[in-house]
Design a protein around this ligand. Structure first.
Ligand code: TYD
Length: 197
């Protein structure tokens, strides 16, 4: 089972991933987590480029699209290794991030065709104003309009793939988000829901 958390910057993915991992392990399941971009040389280069103030420019986004696809190919080998077999993998982002952030869906789909497709995508849907407040506090027009596009792309992806995508309202506090995530995935894993508010 390959579960992915997606959402715009500041949506609270890492907090929710550690809560989800703890809950699944308490339920007797074995869990491994992964993060995109990875800590590979390609991932390090990606993070460097992301710090560039012009990172939202169209051409830089295309370069990032290629690098993210390459970084993801490294994950294909990693996931195939024994330590990941028969475990639940929870990933912070996936190729759906490339679809939402980098645009050009056909090209992104083509260069990511060897990437593993998630079984469940938990989309943490956060208001852009709140995201900007959480991330930088600076209400830059460029960043805001970029994140609005990303948010809308995610919602379109979710609309087109209702079986795979579960939309979680991330504007609520972390506890409520956590219980909504549990409710969304419990049926897939056959976990009893007792004790969830
Ligand atoms: P990160 O610092 O991990 O941000 P967050 O904690 O919000 O996920 O950086 C990841 C950034 O990379 C984030 O802005 C989304 C972007 N990204 C893409 O643009 N395309 C991708 O395919 C992936 C995986 C991430």
């Amino acid at each position: 089972m390959y579960i992915v958390l997606e959402g715009i910057d500041g949506a609270g993915k890492s907090t929710q991933i550690s809560a989800l991992k703890g809950w699944l392990e308490d339920s007797g399941l074995e869990v491994e987590t992964i993060v995109e971009p990875t800590d590979s040389d390609i991932g390090v280069l990606i993070r460097k480029i992301l710090q560039n103030p012009n990172a939202t420019d169209e051409n830089i986004q295309k370069i990032l699209g290629l690098l993210f696809a390459a970084d993801r190919l490294l994950l294909v080998d990693k996931i195939a290794k024994e330590e990941y077999c028969n475990k639940i993998i929870i990933s912070d982002r996936s190729f759906y991030s490339s679809l939402a952030y980098q645009n050009h869906p056909e090209w992104i789909a083509e260069i990511n065709k060897f990437a593993k497709k998630p079984d469940i995508v938990l989309l943490l849907d956060l208001d852009v104003d709140l995201a900007i407040e959480r991330c930088s506090g600076e209400d830059e027009f460029e960043k805001k309009s970029f994140l609005i596009d990303v948010k809308n792309s995610y919602l379109d992806l979710a609309k087109d793939d209702k079986d795979r995508f579960k939309i979680i309202n991330a504007n609520n506090g972390p506890k409520k988000v956590q219980s909504d995530i549990k409710k969304a995935i419990a049926p897939f894993l056959g976990i009893c829901l007792s004790g969830i508010d």
